[in-house]
Structure formats: structure tokens, C-alpha cells
Design a protein. Structure first.
Length: 186
């Protein structure tokens, strides 16, 4: 498979067949994608600016080596990480386990908040799932705009293109921040 790298934003109209098909009617929807930090995500015409107060992200295990961890970030960029199982940067890397604290780097935090606003997270589905067995589940909880809460459960971590990009950013935070071992409870 060839990989394409773009340094500018490309907007691509995409037509796909909806999963809701009846014998007499075929629903065809148009989706526009744009290149966001090297990945294509859904383009939303109306840009919203939400005041993100807290982000909680949790993954579950699978029967293999799926990482299990809990990550929480507040609006001041204070973060806690509870690395449970299989948290390695790569196959040869040392596994991290336990509870850690960090202040998320401005660049990384701003990228996450921008992506959340770009994908218009309050309008996403509450549940996503793949039709297969033995995948991890992630739970994303975003507190925003004076206490409003959006919760997303995603079995298979395969929701929308924008969510997949967000999940990758959350996974990367385990290794691209300056985590300090916590002495207390999370």
C-alpha cells in the first residue's frame, strides 16, 4: 500500500453507501474529509469552540497485548496516568506501570483541544463498535462548557476518523510527556 504525505490541507468529497439499506431505498450520504496533521478526518462546515474543562480516557484489555490505561487531563494541563498493562512505546521498549503525574506540553494539549473542536465531539454518537471479538474498548469522557458532559464508548477504537486520530494522540501522551511517578492516589 502506498502512503501519501501532504503538507497542505486537502478537502475531499467522499460518497459512501449508508448501512441503512432497505429493499426499496438506498441511502447515499456525502462526507467531506480534510487532511489534519497527516490524517484524514471528517470536515465540519460549522466550527465550534468548546471550553474543554476535563478529558478522561480509559482503555480496556484484550486477550493479547492491548494497552490498558487511564488518563485524565484538566484545563490547566495537569494530567494523571494510571498505566495498568502492556504500556510500551514499542515491542522492545520497557513497560511502564503505575501511577504518574505530568503537565501536558502546550503543543500536545492544544492539538487535542483543536481536534476535539474540529470533530464537533458533542454531536458524535455515544457508542461505536466493531463486529468482531477480542478488541479493547475505550471510554472517552469530555467535560466542557460549565459542566456539560459527553461520553463515548468505542469497542474496537474505530469510531470516526477524527476519533481514531484523537485515540492515537491519547496513546502517544503515555510516552511524549515528562511523567513523574506518583506517590499518592489518582
Amino acid at each position: 500500500m502506498r502512503q501519501l504525505f501532504f503538507s497542505t490541507i486537502f478537502i475531499i468529497p467522499l460518497t459512501f453507501i449508508s448501512l441503512t439499506q432497505t429493499a426499496t431505498k438506498l441511502n447515499i450520504e456525502k462526507e467531506t474529509l480534510f487532511c489534519w496533521s497527516g490524517d484524514f478526518i471528517e470536515f465540519k462546515k460549522k466550527q465550534n469552540m468548546y471550553n474543554i474543562e476535563k478529558i478522561k480516557y480509559q482503555t480496556t484489555r484484550c486477550f493479547g497485548t492491548c494497552p490498558q490505561f487511564y488518563l485524565e487531563i484538566d484545563k490547566l494541563k495537569n494530567a494523571t496516568l494510571d498505566a495498568k498493562y502492556h504500556n510500551r512505546k514499542d515491542k522492545k521498549g520497557k513497560e511502564i506501570k503505575g501511577k504518574y503525574n505530568a503537565i501536558i506540553k502546550d503543543k500536545d494539549y492544544d492539538e487535542i483541544v483543536k481536534l476535539l473542536n474540529d470533530i464537533n465531539f458533542p454531536n458524535l454518537n455515544d457508542n461505536y463498535a466493531v463486529a468482531a471479538k477480542d478488541y479493547p474498548t475505550c471510554f472517552l469522557t469530555i467535560t466542557y462548557n460549565n459542566g456539560k458532559v459527553k461520553k463515548i464508548r468505542d469497542y474496537g477504537l474505530n469510531g470516526t476518523s477524527g476519533l481514531k486520530k484523537l485515540y492515537n494522540l491519547m496513546f502517544e501522551l503515555r510516552f511524549n510527556q515528562e511523567w513523574k511517578k506518583s506517590k499518592g492516589k489518582l
